[in-house]
Design a protein around this ligand. Structure first.
Ligand SMILES: *Cc1c(COP(=O)(O)O)cnc(C)c1O
Length: 493
């Protein structure tokens, strides 16, 4: 199967798309065609352990990789997950289910893909004849950085440099990053905000002197960004896996199917659900849940994408986003492969901060997607109700999804089974979760986690206690225009 760019370039093989990350024309790589799964294929998936399911799905999606070679990679990728099912589906009242994606080493769903990506990337590089070390450079607002550090930690032939805004991430997130272990990991705090760090990384990718210096050191640059095909494909696997579980347990029928509600920021996770649907998963509507940053809600309801609005800092920070980069892949579908149209929309977004799709495209979009949002007050109410009424402790991102799933049922009367995607452990955001269920807390995130565990008796992941005692290994701070020097210093120390 070949991959082409949403802006017209290509086609390239899966290994090439994974090594490149973004297409040279600035577009995102999309599959020219997708494999189809029949009912019996879901029965087969249900009989397998999670790594075998992932290897089967990725073997179907990625040309140049066989299921046999993917299986040991998948086993290694998911060996550090606390739940043996890796991505378990749990049942709640009212035909609702939760897909738990937070049992990996960093307690957020990004591990599902970022534990796999380094293995896909090194294998892809070998297939491409690349012998240099792959040096990953990433800016993070919190969750991605730690997931990348854990994913690439001690992976031969790679190194990873993460930049985070000094004072711009949560206490737990900062502690997770500065205590990172591994011979090939580097963490630097940037004096600036997330945009400064992001702009700095982008500048390094375009800096010929820096690239030449890296090449002299035997390194080539790459990115672990969520637009990488190697992050998207492992996400498709867990939707097919969840549907296989629900079908085999008799919780859903092939005919009726299941609605899926995803807490959304960059549109990567929900896009994977859409690909799973295209590959034959019995998924009905895709419910896109946003926090107060409701640019996607408006887009799905009106067909106008308009980023010119205030940016809100919320208690679900991983969804505080106004430009959802993975949406470009769905726009290509809406435009039915018209890459000039996609390019025009993206130019218009850059130039005017907005674009609008046609009436026919609006109808196509609404046929599959429903968009809704919940602010912090409603999120806190959802956390409290889920805990009080169902004994289900949820993090703020997941609680946004529960709120919107309820709105969807009220507004449409569609009472079909509902799968809500849970993207983080409540302990990663313990202070806000504790406050929402009225556990008295101080500002200290670790004290909040202890109090939450004492009151709820929901066991905290081992990482929480470990984080407190791990030594701080990374103390480098740099000016926002000196990030290249920080990278080189890290390599020569
Ligand atoms: C990254 C993240 C999201 C948003 O996922 P997208 O793929 O960017 O839409 C939601 N919840 C959590 C906890 C995250 O870390």
């Amino acid at each position: 199967m070949a991959f082409i760019s949403t802006r017209g370039g290509g086609p390239v093989s899966a290994p090439e798309a994974i090594v490149r990350g973004i297409a040279p024309d600035g577009g995102l790589y999309i599959p020219v065609s997708l494999p189809g799964l029949a009912r019996a294929d879901f029965d087969a998936l249900a009989a397998m352990a999670y790594p075998a399911r992932a290897a089967r799905v990725l073997g179907l999606m990625l040309d140049g990789f066989t299921e046999e070679e993917l299986l040991p990679m998948a086993r290694a990728a998911y060996s550090r997950f606390a739940d043996p099912a890796v991505a378990p589906v749990k049942k709640l009242a009212g035909r609702r289910f939760v897909l738990e994606l937070f049992h990996g080493p960093t307690m957020a769903f990004k591990d599902m893909a970022l534990q796999f990506l380094p293995r896909l990337m090194t294998a892809s590089a070998r297939k491409q004849g690349e012998t240099r070390e792959i040096a990953i450079l990433t800016a993070t607002s919190g969750d991605t950085g730690k997931a990348a550090l854990e994913g690439f930690r001690d992976v031969p032939g790679t190194s990873v440099n993460v930049f985070y805004p000094l004072g711009g991430v949560s206490a737990v997130q900062e502690r997770q990053m500065v205590t990172s272990q591994g011979r090939n990991v580097h963490v630097t705090a940037v004096k600036g905000n997330f945009d400064d760090a992001q702009t700095g990384v982008k500048a390094l990718f375009g800096d010929p002197d820096f690239i030449a210096e890296m090449n002299r050191m035997g390194k080539t640059l790459s990115s672990a960004n969520s637009i990488n095909l190697g992050r998207l494909a492992p996400q498709v696997a867990y939707y097919l896996s969840a549907c296989a579980d629900l079908l085999s347990r008799g919780e859903i029928t092939w005919e009726e199917g299941v609605n899926v509600c995803v807490p959304t920021g960059n549109f990567g996770n929900i896009l994977a659900a859409w690909y799973a649907r295209r590959m034959g998963a019995p998924i009905r509507r895709l419910i896109c849940a946003s926090n107060q940053n409701d640019v996607l809600t408006d887009f799905i309801r009106t067909g106008v994408y308009d980023r010119r609005r205030p940016f809100h800092k919320t208690m679900s920070p991983s969804m505080d986003i106004l430009i959802s980069s993975n949406l470009e892949r769905f726009l290509w579908e809406l435009a039915q492969g018209d890459t000039a149209q996609v390019t025009a929309w993206m130019d218009s977004l850059k130039r005017d901060g907005r674009y609008e799709i046609t009436d026919q495209q609006k109808a196509m979009l609404k046929d599959v997607f429903y968009g809704g949002c919940a602010d912090d007050a409603r999120t806190a109410v959802a956390i409290a109700r889920l805990w009080r009424e169902e004994g289900c402790l949820t993090d703020p991102h997941t609680a946004v999804a529960f709120s919107v799933a309820e709105d969807y049922r009220k507004e449409t009367g569609d009472e079909a089974p509902m799968l809500v995607v849970s993207t983080a452990s409540p302990y990663k955001f313990a202070a806000d979760v504790a406050a929402a269920i009225q556990v008295p807390v101080t500002d200290d995130a670790f004290a909040a986690a202890e109090a939450l565990e004492a009151v709820t008796r929901v066991p905290a992941p081992d990482q929480v206690a470990q984080l407190r005692s791990l030594p701080v290994l990374h103390t480098r701070i740099c000016e926002k225009d000196r990030m290249g020097e920080a990278v080189l210093a890290g390599f020569t120390e």
